[in-house]
Ligand binder design. Structure first.
Ligand SMILES: [Zn+2]
Length: 409
């Protein structure tokens, strides 16, 4: 394909992705406020329901504005060949091609981060604040950013450097070597996430002695899950929204309960949530997710190897000659529809896994307290009880509340 046609293809992909996302959000936000379902009577009242609608509408408008700005910027960048211009400009700083590529990505990253910063700030300190969810201090907000930068420079920089080096030295064969590196990296992150990365941002503590711990111990023993692997995390440092998750495998597996969850729920409900998380482990959901991610990465790298040496792609983005960094940007855009399709498939699988984990909790503990916990969680976080089915199909990693309750009750 010639550079001119490729340029229009890239624009088309960007427009398509934007429209698809916004149409789905629009359909979702236009859903009427439903009457209160019988199963939620006593949990949800008319006032809460309207508040939840207001919260969703506000987030929709925010997403529309921030989405429009980033969309307009992407279109301008492609239309006027600004990626190529930036690449040319960065090229005047160094004669080393590797350093040139790294600096190019640094410039793009810093620029996009500066643009998104006011939006992150607004979302946290205006919207979340208004609905009483925000617990993040300005200090924590910027400290998180700083830590994120350090991690990105150390880990992201090293991986990107190795990746560029492999492309330079191995040609097309880089893809399978880097695939092995990426797979190893994903396994390491999965196994050590709660030991190495999470503690940089949060404090994990073992369960405190008391009635709750005794009950958890009894349940954990009944399903042969080691109690040492259950932790409480200071989620209240950032948000009033409660959560729990499962991470890692083998000896490193951990169930993490947010302190906000422990505060807001009865012991029975907490045990049911814990049983759900243990269900994810027993049904091998984490392991399966990891295997799928590794396969997807391999597919993406293989496709990338077919495109990364094309000169037309660089020219389409306004480059003067072949440039690996321009091709990576262009490939990222071309791959986005595939990545949307893969994302839909992953969400479908994830929703199926959530049902399985719910069923596990019902079988090994009880359904009613899990249903009660889900109701409280959903009402407190002002979540949408009447989402559009297409929106759910594309975006939801968890089934909508009413579907989960139906199976539990
Ligand atoms: Zn789950």
């Amino acid at each position: 394909m010639n550079p001119e046609s490729l340029k229009y293809l890239l624009l088309g992909v960007v427009v398509f992705g934007f429209l698809l996302g916004k149409i789905l959000s629009y359909l979702n936000v236009k859903r009427p406020v439903p009457p209160i379902p019988r199963t939620l009577e006593g949990h949800l009242d008319a006032e809460k329901l309207l508040q939840s609608k207001a919260y969703q509408t506000e987030n929709y408008r925010f997403g529309l504005v921030s989405g429009l700005i980033s969309f307009a910027l992407s279109v301008l960048m492609i239309w006027y060949g600004w990626f190529g211009a930036i690449d040319l400009w960065v090229g005047t700083w160094t004669a080393n091609p590797m350093l040139h590529s790294l600096l190019f990505f640094a410039v793009i990253f810093i620029a996009s981060d500066i643009i998104s910063l006011p939006f992150d700030y607004y979302s946290t300190f205006v919207i979340e604040e208004k609905y009483g969810f925000n617990k993040t201090s300005i200090g924590t907000f910027f400290m998180d950013k700083a830590k994120g930068y350090v991690l990105l420079i150390l880990i992201g920089g090293a991986l990107l450097g190795l990746f560029l080096w492999l492309i330079q030295w191995m040609g097309k064969d880089f893809w399978w070597v880097f695939w092995i590196v990426a797979a190893l990296f994903m396994v390491v992150v999965n196994v050590f996430y709660t030991s190495w990365i999470l503690p940089l941002f949060n404090k994990l503590s073992p369960l405190e002695d008391g009635a709750l711990k005794d009950k958890i111990l009894a349940y954990a023993q009944s399903v042969a899950f080691p109690l040492d692997n259950i932790f409480v995390m200071d989620g209240s440092k950032r948000s009033a929204k409660a959560n729990a998750f499962f991470s890692g495998f083998g000896k490193r597996k951990k169930v993490v309960l947010y302190d906000t969850l422990v505060e807001q729920h009865s012991d029975e409900e907490l045990l049911a949530v814990l049983a759900h998380e243990v269900g994810h482990f027993k049904k091998k959901h984490i392991l399966l997710g990891l295997v799928i991610s590794v396969v997807q990465t391999g597919l993406m790298l293989f496709l990338l190897a077919q495109f990364v040496f094309s000169e037309s792609l660089s020219l389409a983005l306004g480059g003067a000659e072949w440039s690996v960094q321009l091709n990576l940007i262009a490939f990222g855009m071309l791959f986005s529809p595939i990545s949307t399709v893969l994302g839909v498939a992953m969400n479908w699988l994830s929703r199926k896994n959530e049902f399985e984990a719910d069923a596990y909790a019902k079988d090994t503990f009880a359904g009613a307290p899990l249903a009660a916990a889900l109701k409280t969680l959903s009402v407190k976080t002002l979540s949408n009880i009447n989402p559009h089915p297409w929106y759910v199909f594309v975006n939801y990693s968890h089934p909508p509340l009413l579907q989960r309750l139906e199976r539990l009750e």
